[in-house]
Write a protein that binds this ligand. Sequence first.
Ligand SMILES: [Zn+2]
Length: 62
Amino acid sequence: MSEIACSHCARSFSEELGYCPHCKTPTVAQKEQNIIAAQKKFIRYFIALVVFCIIMILWLPR
Ligand SMILES: [Zn+2]
């Protein structure tokens, strides 16, 4: 367990928390994880949209 300084309020807290308990600012590592999670969510939504389009193209009468 390591202590890191908050980039916003400069107070130290445990790195494992992922965010500052004083001002709720996420750590750099936590921010990166949030971005990765958002990208994964977007990719899943995009795949669902593509699958939906393919189904509609095949299903709709020509
Ligand atoms: Zn802080």
